[in-house]
Ligand binder design. Structure first.
Ligand code: UDP
Length: 326
């Protein structure tokens, strides 16, 4: 079962699973609040909310669910600061109810979509899984709360979990059929590409006075298909070893906002005007993952390891789905 399988990373994971397991064995549950029905390229789609007991009973009754990948959550950091209760209700409430139904039906494994936001302002770079978790926004705090809940559900009920702490998910499916579509869009690469194609006048750069080589924030971008593959590897490992774990997922390389814009200029051949604005609240200067643990245990080996490849696939999706001005 893929909870939140109509969202950005969820839909890419469904796409990745499709070639590997029979279509009939994939169940997608999504309330389509932020997900897109047309992004679900296969499997059996159930539209409903994970917090709705009747809905969950139906999904679990009609399918023999052995394992779950859980993406269902709100994920806008800014909104999580103004509406924290909304974030707790959905992000903690949905997974809580999901675990309740897993326990009842005997489903034994869950891969959970966590985030680098659990670390807050890091004390060291690259960030290790053992680094302190002190979230600076309520989004990260809700994900950390679920990680805690997973730990105790394992102790009490033997539900094994893998928490995957994503750094910056980016890029789009190679086919150009699915990609990143948020409304409103707040993420850097889609905003830069919207500027490249004339949908936006200019890109606002949130601060150029950070202690980084060019003054703009540094992030670790990982391709969404590489993320999807890591979820499948995590399930495989849990089946083989019956062990829970926590992993960072990134490329282990940092790129500044300026560098991202320049790569986008190269790939699109467009000018991309920018303006320097004030810092965005809660943005750490540098977030780069140590990926050693995921490389060792999950065999994480990015197929789209370069920023150029990531931007290329994102632009391809953009051109495919939107009218690009010349
Ligand atoms: N960013 C920016 N302008 C924008 C959107 C983002 O300068 O319009 C910066 C943001 O401050 C951060 C980086 O781009 O340093 C990546 O931001 P994004 O929202 O994509 O991901 P986050 O790092 O917040 O998860």
């Amino acid at each position: 079962m893929i909870a939140g399988g109509a969202g950005y990373i969820g839909s890419h994971t469904v796409a990745e699973l499709l070639g590997k397991v029979p279509d009939g064995e994939i169940v997608v549950a999504d309330n389509l609040e932020t997900g897109h029905k047309e992004a679900v390229l296969g499997g059996k789609l159930y539209v409903g909310d994970l917090r709705d007991d009747e809905f969950m009973e139906r999904v679990f009754r009609e399918n023999d669910i052995e394992e779950v990948i859980d993406f269902a959550a709100y994920s806008l950091v800014g909104e999580s600061m103004t509406a924290p209760l909304k974030y707790y209700a959905n992000n903690v409430g949905a997974t809580l109810n999901l675990l309740k139904h897993m326990e009842k039906s005997g489903a034994k494994r869950i891969v959970f979509s966590s985030t680098a936001a659990v670390y807050g302002e890091p004390e060291q770079t690259p960030i290790l899984e053992s680094s302190p978790c002190v979230p600076t926004n309520s989004y990260g705090q809700t994900k950390l709360a679920v990680e805690g809940m997973l730990k105790w559900a394992d102790v009490a009920h033997g539900i094994k979990y893998t928490s995957l702490r994503y750094f910056n998910a980016a890029g789009a499916h190679e086919s150009g059929k699915i990609g990143e579509v948020h409304n409103p869009e707040t993420h850097l690469i889609p905003l830069v590409l919207q500027t490249a194609n004339g949908q936006r006048e200019k890109l606002s750069i949130f601060g150029n006075d950070y202690p980084t080589p060019d003054g703009t924030c540094v992030r670790d971008y990982i391709h969404v298909t590489d993320l999807a593959a890591a979820h499948i590897a995590a399930l495989k490992r849990m089946r083989e070893r019956d062990e829970s774990g926590v992993y960072n997922l990134g490329n282990g390389k940092g790129f500044s906002v300026d560098e991202v814009v320049n790569v986008c200029r190269d790939i699109t051949g467009r000018e991309i005007p920018t303006e320097i604005c004030g810092r965005r609240q809660g943005d750490p200067a540098v977030l780069v993952a140590s990926c050693e643990k995921a490389t060792r245990d999950l065999g994480l080996e990015p197929r789209f390891g370069s920023l150029e490849k990531i931007v290329e696939t994102a632009w391809n999706f953009h051109v495919n789905t939107q009218e690009v001005s010349v």
